[in-house]
Design a binder for this molecule. Sequence first.
Ligand SMILES: N[C@@H](CCC(=O)N[C@@H](CS)C(=O)NCC(=O)O)C(=O)O
Ligand SMILES: [Fe+2]
Length: 432
Amino acid sequence: MSVTAISDKLSVSPQPSIEEIRSLGDNGFRTLINNRPDREDSAQPGTQAEQQEAKHCDLSYTFIPVTADTITEADVRAFQRAVDQSEGPVFAHCKTGTRSLNLYLIGEVLDGRMSAKEVVEFGHSRGFNTASAAAWLEKHAARMPRVKGFFDKHTWSVQYVVSDPLTRKCAIIDPVLDFDEKAGATATINADAILNYVSENDLTVEWILDTHPHADHFSAAQYLKKRTGARTAIGERIVDVQKLWKAIYNWPQLATDGSQWDRLFAHGEIFQVGSIDAKVLFSPGHTLASITYVIGDAAFVHDTLFVPDSGTARADFPGGDARVLWKSIQDILALPDDTRIFAGHDYEPNGRAPKWESNVVEQKKSNSHLAGVTEEEFVALRVKRDKSLPMPRLILHALQVNIRGGRLPEPEANGTRYLKFPLDALRGAAWE
Ligand SMILES: N[C@@H](CCC(=O)N[C@@H](CS)C(=O)NCC(=O)O)C(=O)O
Ligand SMILES: [Fe+2]
């Protein structure tokens, strides 16, 4: 095993055997990072075996599988976090060590501790070819818009700030208002993290956009509107969702004209984020009102596609339809091949670090619900899977807030706000 020291804390290595992992503790390591997707070759132990051995030896273990040409910023940040949080030296590996080193180098350049020009020489002097990290950085620098994802681990939601580097104007997409249903407590931890990023980067918020009325968290649109003065928007078919849930909540007084938002977008409409054109695609199936925002080369698809290993969103909420979702997904996959695709959730399958970015080619090649699958097969797969899924924990909490644009219920005479729940309204849902 040839281990290369990269920094005070980090060493990278080719694939270690299980015996070699066993010896890491004796060599002073405290954390093992595995950057290798499972099943690259038959000799590799795989994440389960590595994790088990790490646990056995009292090493922290993090699984951030990447391939050379699909590294995303989230992977880089997850790698940095694993190193930062380690109580001592970190041992990272892929097949040869190059991917682990690339993740480190990209992070150093993004944070300004190294220049992009030094990346290839740094690798070369340590026996690695890090040209793909340099290529990643070059592509990243040329990209527009800049996209920053914020992962909410309580609801597995991804919120975005999409900014135009030229004008420093930005849009916030699908922000989360924190809610603890056990205490009935609300908070603005996620939204404040977004506001911090906005002010640290000297951005002006132009838009607060929702892709659809969420069924698993409260939207922070109203809170952010109060704090920034930016306009709120959602897809125009929200009116149909309002009518549907007005009946479920038995709320005769609810206005079902979408007047709770500043703007309702129709299919094909174009608007601007700074100097960048943004286009709206109607993407129903998960909900009646879902839309995709295509801003520059980045499509915010929310609950249609997830990253390729996680397939697609469910289509069994009131107003959902698997066949309609299939059609919406086809429209998204008809975007140019290098369109970046940003998903709205990631459920961290097999304990891998959260991930939310992919592109059209990767989706076509390897989405686990779509690659080599016909429309009929997709519909059958989706319907079968949806029958096995319990309703989201917060669906009845969330919809009554989100069909009013993220407004909490008005306080009663005693100053307290109350939620309202129909019983037995969502019949046929799986039990946990
Ligand atoms: N366990 C989660 C489930 C949330 C959920 O159902 N998410 C929707 C998107 S809003 C989905 O498409 N999930 C896909 C899946 O779970 O396979 C919760 O309770 O919040
Ligand atoms: Fe959703």
